[in-house]
Design a binder for this molecule. Structure first.
Ligand SMILES: *Cc1c(COP(=O)(O)O)cnc(C)c1O
Length: 381
């Protein structure tokens, strides 16, 4: 039938990226903190209503800065879903924290806000919600728990750029928020990320940590006559070349999101009948959430059904992929997790979730082909 293979992801180039990079080269400023970095940061601050946005080289870098800002000391605990990317936990583990894994909800696949409180101890420092597939966690509840127990909230909004919760942009609700511009995300710069600082008391220190622990940023703002080592830190700045690329993408964010919604809605419509027959389940978007159509996934009825479907789609040239190995059952995660404390929803979802191709240039015909292939395979089981 279809000869061309359908990849899982294909990075989308909007068009102005190379011009911007040429311009950055002409400007003669290739390290970070040039005009493109300024433009991207200001754009995000205005667009998302963030107090301060610092461009960094990855979401992982943003999470690491956040962990330092939370003043994590060895033995401190953070509450984090097990169903997430390693960096969400690793950034804090690097500071000596013990990640305490919380189960997820079967509908949104986000941390179960009703299971957080029972995990809080005297050592808990922070809650780290992950907005899976760009759909927000129940932030009101999470912020309320954090304020009652005096905890910090670091949002891993790597997948949630341009998504909102009750009208507020993801990444701007917690004390700190982290974005990713990795090529697998909606808006890309190859590698790239941003730290959003929503609590002013963290701004000055964040700038120092991002600049290798120096007060270089103040020096460049003309507030010091020399700069020096004042704190711990690392090299977290994004290069101007990265910023130049990202700038072109952010300018087209509405167009990109509109197209992704078209793709997402098409999948939703074509696969809804399978859900109605209880053969699969499809994503649930709470009414208070506006999402960025980052991902379209389905949940199969069993691990076997998923394996069969992956193989069948592969035979049609379609690359559909599963997602996280739960952190609590990974070799590293096992060092922290008490295996007698079960996370049944995480275990089940990780075995049955399948992500379908979702990228700007995916055509409606390709989506029809993918859905036909799914319907054929599932129908036969
Ligand atoms: C992509 C992703 C990250 C890591 O982003 P990088 O920019 O590659 O460091 C972290 N957390 C989540 C939930 C992600 O999806």
């Amino acid at each position: 039938m279809q000869k061309n293979k359908i990849p899982f992801n294909k990075p989308f180039i909007v068009g102005k990226e190379l011009n911007n990079i040429a311009q950055a080269v002409q400007n003669g400023n290739l390290a970070g903190n040039g005009p493109f970095t300024e433009k991207c940061s200001k754009w995000m601050e205005e667009q998302f209503k963030a107090k301060k946005v610092l461009l960094v080289h990855s979401c992982t870098a943003a999470l690491e800065i956040a962990a330092i800002l939370c003043d994590i000391k060895p033995g401190d605990e953070i509450i984090v879903p097990s169903f997430t990317f390693v960096s969400t936990a690793n950034a804090f583990v690097l500071r000596g924290a013990k990640p305490i894994f919380v189960d997820i909800l079967p509908d949104t696949k986000n941390m179960d806000e009703n299971k957080i409180e029972e995990l809080i101890t005297a050592k808990t420092k922070a809650i780290v919600p992950v907005h899976y597939a760009g759909v927000s966690c129940e932030m009101d509840k999470i912020m309320d728990i954090a304020s009652r127990y005096n905890l910090l909230v670091v949002e891993d909004a790597a997948q949630g750029v341009c998504s909102t919760y009750k009208g507020r942009h993801l990444g701007t609700i917690g004390h700190l928020g982290c974005y990713s511009f990795h090529e697998t995300k909606n808006f890309i710069s190859g590698e790239g990320g941003a730290l959003l600082i929503n609590d002013e008391r963290f701004i000055e220190r964040a700038e120092i940590i991002r600049e290798k622990g120096t007060n270089r940023s103040k020096f460049f703002q003309g507030q010091l006559d020399k700069y020096t080592w004042v704190d711990i830190g690392s090299s977290y700045v994004a290069s101007e070349i990265t910023a130049a690329f990202l700038c072109a993408q952010l300018e087209e964010s509405e167009k990109i999101t509109r197209k992704r919604h078209k793709i997402w809605n098409k999948y939703y419509k074509l696969l809804k009948p399978l859900e109605e027959k209880s053969l699969i389940s499809i994503p649930y978007i709470p009414e208070v959430c506006y999402h960025n159509a980052h991902m379209f996934y389905i949940i199969l009825n069993s691990f076997d059904a998923r394996s069969k479907l992956i193989e069948s789609l592969k035979s049609h040239g379609i690359n559909a992929v599963f997602h996280y190995v739960p952190l609590h059952s990974s070799p590293m995660g096992k060092m922290f997790h008490d295996q007698s404390r079960l996370l049944p929803v995480t275990d089940l979802i990780s075995k049955c979730l399948l992500r379908l191709p979702c990228f700007y240039e995916l055509t409606m015909r390709e989506i029809e082909f993918i859905c036909d292939s799914i319907i054929q395979n599932i129908g036969r089981n």
